[in-house]
Write a protein that binds this ligand. Structure first.
Ligand code: DUC
Ligand code: ZN
Ligand code: ZN
Ligand code: ZN
Length: 484
């Protein structure tokens, strides 16, 4: 059976033009005028775009004494409802656990996905076993990215020596390291001080993780990556200090990528000063929401290209779970949702306001991500041969965001009450219609794992550090007798 998307305007990262799209066997087989097929999807008045890719989600993640409440089924259903057709989740070995054992657990959980998915592997501890298993992860398991937490001291955090070793291993394997960049030692010290001084509410979470903590860690990770001769991807870039470090590195010829979240772009720190404890706690995530100045910096980065990707860090906890932290903000599970809202919110606050163009929208929600993760043009493209992961985007459809009619399993939405204009008319996952306006036709288990090959050309030494410090023996004469 062939499907034709008819009468729409194709919008890619580079081009905007009128054409129909013909699909068979889950792939795009023809693009052109006046196509016909067995099933016709009316795209009149709509933009036909590559489905969104969310490179940063945590579904059913064991974290802070509980599990995030959206699993691969509800999470990917939420994504599809908002135009996202692929997610990349973080496989998270417990410290000391085999990476390959952890991967088995993730493989199992993900069998329920409604759309295609991939994993990043997290390096949560360091040793010979991790060093060895990283090779199998890249070569046998199709994962070419390794995440490092510079925060969550005593749990997931790795130190600089471990990070340097892992980055060098990534360079050897053709893999890309990712960092959660916050100075975990400073955060831990500030948390203790705040609690000792009687600040136990959710607003203290934000005080414990100021922008400088993120800026310092971002810069440190960039320099360590440079010394290891490997590119770097900085997840949830939330502030000017971090953006500045990325910008400067890029200007100096380094391949460093920055990923703002839709939450940081559109919600600010005033949320933590809401009188309602639940309201504030529901918005506790790391890094925390920032002020307007930081938001402007992130928008500028998307427009100018110094930041490349918009993600969600979707890690949804119910109100009951958030209440683990009553009396001690350190125990509020960190994380917010966003999978269903990322694209409509970015369209409404980015494209409709003129901050970014439609083509930039496609780039930062899909195409750039596919390129950075080495799955382009199978994903992130409207091209013959590409997977038919497509969103038929109706720029006139609108709604008020509300937990009442969301797909996510949690009982609130951090964007509650926001008016969005720009929503999917259809979302297709490998050629199958999963969303038709507000009708959800997703199929549990339809999603497949997407293998990502190691990178070829990009892993060059980025600075001259290697040349300068390559060990060179000096033939000395007249070596004095050693001192006593
Ligand atoms: N930050 C969050 O808010 N949640 C999940 C992990 C993270 O780094
Ligand atoms: Zn294997
Ligand atoms: Zn993180
Ligand atoms: Zn995360």
């Amino acid at each position: 059976m062939t499907t034709v998307i008819k009468g729409g305007t194709i919008v890619t990262a580079d081009l905007t033009y009128k054409a129909d799209v013909r699909i068979d066997g889950g792939r795009i087989i023809e693009i052109g005028p006046n196509l016909s097929g067995d099933e016709v999807l009316d795209a009149a008045g709509c933009y036909v775009m590559p489905g969104g890719i969310d490179p940063h989600v945590h579904l059913e993640m064991p974290f802070m004494g509980t599990y995030s409440s959206d699993d691969f089924e509800s999470g990917t259903r939420a994504g599809l409802a908002g135009g996202t057709t692929m997610v990349v989740d973080f496989c998270l070995p417990d410290p000391g656990q085999s990476l390959l054992d952890a991967l088995k657990r993730w493989d199992n959980k993900a069998t329920r996905a409604n759309c295609d998915y991939s994993f990043h592997m997290s390096v949560t501890w360091w040793g010979e076993q991790v060093f060895n298993e990283m090779k199998a992860v890249v070569l046998h398991h199709g994962i070419n990215t390794f995440k490092h937490f510079m925060a969550y001291k005593g749990a997931l955090m790795v130190n600089d020596d471990e990070m340097f070793a892992s980055f060098q291993r990534c360079a050897e394997l053709g893999a890309l390291p990712l960092v959660h960049a916050e100075n975990g030692d400073v955060v831990a010290a500030m948390q203790t001080k705040l609690i000792d001084e009687g600040n136990d509410g959710p607003e203290a979470h934000a005080y414990s993780r100021p922008a400088s903590v993120e800026g310092e860690a971002t810069n440190r990770a960039i320099i360590i990556a440079d010394m290891a001769g490997v590119p770097l991807y900085v997840v949830h870039t939330s502030c000017e200090q971090s953006h500045e470090a990325i910008r400067r590195a890029r200007q100096n010829g380094m391949r460093v990528y920055g990923e703002p979240l839709i939450q940081h772009l559109t919600l600010d720190e005033s949320e933590y000063f809401n009188k309602d404890w639940d309201h504030a706690a529901r918005r506790v995530m790391s890094p925390p929401f920032r002020n307007r100045q930081h938001q402007d910096s992130l928008w500028a980065g998307l427009a100018s290209g110094s930041l490349q990707v918009v993600a969600t860090d979707h890690c949804a906890f119910t109100t009951d779970q958030k209440r683990y932290g009553v009396g001690d903000f350190r125990k509020i599970p960190n994380g917010t949702g966003g999978l269903e809202d990322r694209m409509p919110m970015l369209w409404t606050y980015g494209v409709a306001t003129g901050r970014i163009t439609m083509n930039e929208f496609v780039a930062v929600t899909s195409t750039n991500i596919a390129k950075i993760l080495n799955i382009y043009p199978r994903k992130g493209a409207i091209l013959v041969g590409a997977d038919a992961d497509i969103v038929v985007w109706d720029p006139k459809r609108s709604k008020t965001v509300s937990a009442k009619n969301q797909q996510s399993a949690i009982d609130y939405n951090v964007f509650e009450g926001k008016e969005v204009t720009g929503l999917p008319r259809y979302t297709l996952t490998r050629g199958v219609v999963a969303i038709e306006e507000s009708t959800v036709k997703t199929r549990e288990g339809h999603g497949e794992f997407v293998k990502r090959e190691p990178f070829q050309a990009v892993n060059k030494a980025l600075s001259t550090w290697k040349e300068l410090t390559a060990p060179r023996k000096v033939e000395r004469t007249g070596i004095p007798a050693s001192g006593v």
